[in-house]
Write a protein that binds this ligand. Structure first.
Ligand SMILES: [Zn+2]
Length: 189
């Protein structure tokens, strides 16, 4: 093989790497664009429970979008346009692990009340203080549709409570309320 040929090969490899990189960036952007924000009516829709394994395909989308965010620690299905009772949480942003809770329900509050500062992927830039419990017991289905009863503490407990609010009837998000009451009006006016 001649030197020239290897140089050509190198160039071709570089070109394809750039192509791959751009393709990945486009894909990454398209995932983030799936997040419904501010006045999107989807955020006010009532979600229905997941009833069979076939419906679990939505978890893929939920997981991919949450992973694509910089600092997201939780995401509920309606935030990506899916009106199903499912949430994803990322307990440690440095790790890739995502936990899925299907049809989650808080069955017991065991912690103490704490005031935390919450943000929400659907209301970027808005932050507000919310009173939460720092330990809760949640019943949900896992990815095998098996019923699980598990406790969540500290930040995980807060995240689970925030995400369950999004799939409640009616849906709720304190950060969204804060945005509507304090920021939206100023932006419009
Ligand atoms: Zn929220």
């Amino acid at each position: 093989m001649s030197r020239l040929k290897s140089r050509e090969k190198q160039r071709a490899r570089k070109k394809s790497q750039t192509f791959e990189k751009r393709r990945f960036e486009r894909y990454h952007k398209s995932l983030l664009a799936m997040i419904r924000v501010f006045d999107d009516p989807m955020l006010q829709e009532v979600c229905t429970p997941i009833e069979n394994k076939e419906e679990l395909v939505i978890l893929k989308t939920l997981g991919k979008v949450l992973s694509a965010t910089n600092n997201g620690i939780g995401l509920a299905a309606p935030q990506v346009g899916i009106t199903k009772k499912a949430i994803a949480i990322r307990p440690d942003i440095k790790k890739r692990e995502i936990k899925f809770l299907i049809n989650p329900e808080i069955v017991e509050v065991i912690g103490k009340e704490v005031e935390v500062r919450e943000g929400c992927l659907s209301y970027p830039g808005a932050w507000c203080n919310v009173k939460r419990n720092n330990a809760v017991i949640v019943e949900f289905l896992n990815e095998d549709m098996r019923k699980i009863r598990d406790s969540f503490v500290d930040m995980e407990a807060v995240t689970v409570q925030h995400e369950i609010d999004h799939i409640s009837d009616p849906p709720k998000c304190y950060v969204g309320d804060y945005w509507r009451e304090n920021i939206k009006g100023k932006q419009d006016g």
